[in-house]
Write a new protein. Structure first.
Length: 338
């Protein structure tokens, strides 16, 4: 008979890992989180919680401070198309604020931590061993370039087109009740209000990003103190599967399309719930189908929009199309918001 240190070892203490911990504790599993970094963890992120993801967090007892936003707006230099959420607001939340709130809630729920990096994983029919911990199950929530994924032999390739993201904060008064997406020939800039006098600006592109691509936005940010840049990519990671024995992948480690539609954190929280359900039911293979179900709308809409907007003439048509077809624009936004 194997002796276990915990029911569930979670590798990665970001939002995906902490959401997994909260779901697991709610269902009575003992949890250890392996994360080498201390304190709130920052990374390149659009920092917008869609209404559905915000509701999931609230159900877990997490209610981070931030700025409400009521929809998504697409802008170019002359036009604007906007769509309001039907089911209540989302919330712009600094990544560090979100992480601190989730970590505090996980500690309230008696989650344990070990400060270590996991590079090797061993498993048998009964359990998993990593970082000196013997667990019944392991969830890898350690990001785009997951070491857990590599350790258990799950294949991944960087998809095309290869796009990268860079985020900065600007100290200026938040001016919009929407997340604004500025389109140019070379990329998109996402502006999310996160505090009354602070906005996050994330630029997605295939090359070195430049705020000068967006003159309308540059004028809006003029004079604002800018914070340090944080980058990530390539964004699209095509993962062959999300389950290997008693190891399951959650969040960016499980595969990623693009940040274009902005619901990465919301999806990670929903994936976490699906993974824990599969673990509690003793049916890890069911998580694969659940992951596809949870991410279907995101994958189809995001991939379609990325491919459709790759040719420059098509990019120029995105905002005009949103204005000409407002019902379709609202429909797409609200599918992703749910």
């Amino acid at each position: 008979m194997s002796t276990f240190d915990t029911d569930l070892l979670i590798v990665g203490g970001g939002p995906g890992g902490l959401a997994t911990a909260l779901h697991a504790r709610r269902l009575g599993l003992s949890v250890i989180v392996a994360e080498p970094r201390e304190g709130p963890i920052d990374k390149a992120c659009g920092e917008g919680l869609m209404p559905g993801g915000l509701a999931e967090l609230t159900s877990l007892g997490v209610d981070p401070a931030g700025m409400p936003f009521h929809g998504i707006a697409y802008l170019d230099e002359r036009r604007r198309a906007e769509a309001r959420f039907r089911g209540g607001p989302g919330r712009g939340v600094r990544r560090t604020t979100l992480h601190a709130a989730m970590a505090a809630r996980a500690k309230e729920q008696d989650t344990e931590w070990i400060r270590t990096r996991v590079n090797t994983v061993e498993q048998d029919a009964h359990g998993v061993t990593a970082a000196g911990v013997r667990a019944k199950w392991l969830v890898g929530a350690d990001g785009l370039h997951s070491s857990v994924r590599r350790a258990v032999g799950i294949d991944v390739t960087a998809g095309t087109p290869r796009r990268y993201g860079v985020r900065r904060h600007f100290k200026v008064p938040a001016w919009s009740e929407f997340v604004e997406v500025y389109w140019s020939r070379w990329g998109e800039a996402y502006v999310t209000p996160v505090e009354p006098d602070l906005v996050g600006v994330a630029i997605l592109s295939r090359g070195q990003p430049d705020l000068a691509w967006f003159p309308r936005l540059s004028r809006q940010l003029a004079g604002g103190e800018r914070g340090p840049a944080r980058g990530c990519g390539p964004l699209r990671q095509v993962v062959s599967r999300r389950v290997a024995g008693r190891v399951l992948l959650v969040g960016d480690a499980a595969g990623y399309e693009d940040a274009l539609t902005g619901e990465g954190i919301s999806l990670a929280v929903k994936q976490a719930g699906a993974a824990v359900t599969a673990i509690v039911e003793g049916a890890p293979e069911s998580y694969e189908a659940a992951w596809h179900r949870v991410t279907r709308n995101y994958r189809l809409l995001t991939r379609g929009l990325v491919l459709a907007s790759t040719p420059r003439p098509a990019r120029r048509a995105i905002v005009p199309a949103g204005r000409l077809l407002p019902s379709a624009f609202r429909f797409g936004v609200n599918i992703l918001a749910s």
